[in-house]
Design a protein around this ligand. Structure first.
Ligand code: GLN
Length: 192
């Protein structure tokens, strides 16, 4: 199993390290041809406008979209924004692969970064320590999108649509490997 991590900007090294801890072959992706032979892809957190600009200048937007439409792909934070079909009125390059509507920087200034323990469907009873950094929120999902986790106030922060996964927070900044294992299980399902 070989998983790519989009390495244009943001927290990509941390994802690579998490995958390697799970004994998964992990490669950094910067060019369209590096998508060949990958079984899955992680799009990290960072700054989605920058990731979009760099992806445009490297000719990556269309290849990434095509990859995400038919291969397991997980977006964390800025990666969630980049995967979404609808980010409201904002104009920036996105892959528009996942049937979710996302609001960028959805938390006010005073709480633009915070940590909380979440219940996440599919990870068992033990809560997941989630780090939110100027995070997006999922404000609407189409019926075939499965909500995996919400904040206490009901706002959606983790979703799955078949082979696509998106989380508002940064699992690669903790020591908890469960979400990476969960994504690897989605990748393995693709083999069957
Ligand atoms: N606020 C960033 C954006 O809009 C996302 C922040 C993050 O990835 N931690 O792209």
């Amino acid at each position: 199993m070989k998983i790519g991590v989009l390495a244009l900007q943001g927290a990509f090294i941390e994802h690579v390290k998490m995958l390697r801890q799970l004994d998964v072959e992990a490669v950094e992706v910067r060019l369209p041809q590096q998508l060949e032979g990958l079984d899955g892809l992680i799009i990290p957190g960072g700054e989605s406008t920058t990731i979009g600009k760099l992806a445009t200048s490297y000719g990556l937007v269309k290849p990434l979209r095509e990859f995400a439409l038919s291969n397991p792909t997980w977006g964390t934070c800025a990666g969630m924004i980049f995967l979404a079909k609808d980010i409201g009125i904002e104009e920036q390059p996105i892959l528009a692969a996942m049937d979710i509507q996302v609001n960028r920087n959805a938390f006010g200034r005073q709480v633009d970064s915070f940590e909380t323990d979440l219940k996440i469907q599919g990870l068992g009873e033990e809560r997941f320590h989630a780090v939110f950094i100027r995070a997006p929120i999922v404000v609407a999902v189409e019926p075939h999108v499965n909500v995996l986790s919400r904040l206490n106030d009901g706002r959606i922060v983790a979703v799955r649509q078949d082979h696509l996964l998106a989380t508002s927070f940064h699992p690669e900044l903790t020591n908890d490997l469960r979400l990476h294992s969960y994504f690897c299980a989605i990748v393995k399902e693709g083999y069957n």
